[in-house]
Design a protein around this ligand. Structure first.
Ligand SMILES: [Cu+2]
Length: 132
């Protein structure tokens, strides 16, 4: 009787030990994460009908995707579009952004050149994307 109880106890302890080791193993070896060390990012805040106050030049490298986050900090609607017929850059448009909405996009230039980004609601909100 006592031998059987001991055997049950040993099995239970073994299960706890294995479970514990498995848990520790997961902590020591977290799931592989994507290598995003080469990803560059740009944050544009639409505010007082400018982007970042100055509609800054954005420098990108050809064939290096650049993460772009557009945030609308105004009460009026804004968006951001890249529309270029040369084929040298990926065209896109954000959704129409209401106050405090944001949109993630990527700038991808295929050829060196100077391209334009702009807000379709406000002609004065425009700047250059310089790809080299
Ligand atoms: Cu705008």
């Amino acid at each position: 009787m006592s031998v059987r109880n001991n055997a049950i106890a040993v099995v239970a302890i073994a299960c706890i030990a294995v479970g514990g080791l498995w848990g520790v193993g997961n902590l020591l070896n977290p799931a592989e994460e994507a290598d995003v060390s080469g990803v560059q990012g740009v944050l544009l805040l639409a505010q007082r009908s400018t982007f970042n106050g100055t509609n800054p030049d954005i420098w990108v490298q050809v064939d290096v995707p650049t993460k772009l986050v557009v945030v609308n900090k105004d009460v009026v609607m804004h968006d951001l579009q890249v529309k270029d017929d040369s084929g040298g850059i990926l065209n896109f448009e954000t959704a129409p952004l209401k106050a405090e909405q944001h949109f993630n996009a990527a700038l991808v230039a295929y050829r060196p050149g100077i391209y334009e980004y702009f807000c379709s609601y406000h002609p004065e909100m425009r700047g250059q994307i310089i790809a080299d």
